[in-house]
Design a protein around this ligand. Sequence first.
Ligand code: HEM
Length: 500
Amino acid sequence: KAPLPPGTKLLPGPPGKPLLGNLLDIPPQHSWLKFREFIQEYGPIVRLSIAGQEHVIIGKESIANDLLRERGTIYSDRYDAIASTQLLCDNMFLLFLPYGEQWRRSRRFMHHVTMSPVAPTYKPEQTLEAVRMLRDILRDPEDYQIVFECASVGIGMRLMYGQRLESGRDRECRTILGIVHELERVASPGAYLVDIFPSMLRIPDFLAPWKRYLKAQQRHDEAFFTEMVERTEKDMQAGKKARSWARTWIETKEKWGLSDREAIYMFGSVFDALATSTSSAMMSFVLAMVRNPEWFAKLQAEVDQVVGPDRLPNFDDMPNLPLVRACVKETLRYYPVTAGGFPHKLTQDDVYDGYYLKAGTIVHPVQWAIHRDPELYPDPDVYNPGRWLDPSFPTYKEPLTVYPNLQNYTAFGNGRRICQGISIAENSANLQVALLAWGSDIRRARDANGTEIIPPVYDYEIGFNVAPKPFKFMLTARSEAKAALIEQAYQQSLKEDPLL
Ligand code: HEM
């Protein structure tokens, strides 16, 4: 082993075994729970070595920002997990692209269509989908997962391709969700040995069914992403007027320097990024309300007071609904969607606080741990939206017409690769939460003996973009009058829908 540069030391971390390092210390599922334990034991920045690969896990927001944001020139690369980045995505997936030209070109286009001055112009589309969500969940609360997925995927199809999703059971919705879940499975640590032993890539295809499978899946995904852009093109040729990001790209291709394939994959990757993220956050919100009914009662009281009984809440109400925004933010703190954090790769040797970090180190801003740092979040294991609204907490910020909000929030990553959908996700989640509080009662279900069922605090799906496993609760309209207003708003939204 090369000696450390003079005056530097290695980060603390659990001792490893010969060759395997810490491989066996890390559970294949929900690794962030273990990472938090390491951080509690060794401090806010911890070194792990997994089969010769250096990893650093971070459990403090200020450290994540010092490295990933302030030293962004060297902390913005991604690592090459062979099964997912190379074989399943053919090195084309935006979220996994190396910090280089193709990433820069894609990011520039995405900035143009998602940056904060443009994001508010999507409110009409987000309102249509949010009203439909409320109407559908009241009709079929047991179908809540499909209903939230329909809202997320529905917004994605509108914004990206100018297409309307009829139902959460439609082919487009199930296909994109299938693609996301398969990507999560393939990218999970330990799913494919080739990620640990890269020389396996040299095994010829005819001897490696796993390689043939991943390549076939890649062709399937690319065909779907291509079909979606072709649909936009056909609509344009047929004289349809609907705006969309694909249309913007088609009309101004020469400005962006993206090849057709790069653009198709860019849209496909973003479709992937938005298909499950907001819906996972909404499922976590309902779980938090079922577990903490006192907060749902306070939320209803705020919305009732600001909006009154005679109309549905809308975006103009948001400055007056700080608790709605606080519940969204607290939900993403307590149940971060990307709980393990999206890893960045360091491209040059670096020294931080006297500690040596080697080029090639994979850096994990572990949201589960960062969001439970007791210095920034006292009583971190308590779900308390009040921490964003009460001046005695370190997270309080005025004015409450603006804060809390999700801009630059660690739930969306850090630095140059920070999520480009923050404003879009923020608007969707805020409005959906306000509508649920205004129009529905969410209560605990009861078992056969009449005892309330309290779902477990953390029984989540596997993957890196995680939602709670199905849980039981009751959801009903708050009154017949409100149910009628919601149906009316829905019928009106059908009349106003530019895609109908
Ligand atoms: C609650 C909803 C969402 C959450 C929690 C979330 C979270 C994240 C996280 C943690 C990252 C990685 C950041 C990093 O590497 O530091 C990311 C990247 C990204 N997200 Fe989101 N996201 C959400 C919604 C969306 C939406 C609606 C869009 C669509 C516009 C979107 C588009 C992207 C893109 C394009 C990237 C890639 C960044 C890159 O690699 O350069 N996300 N998101």
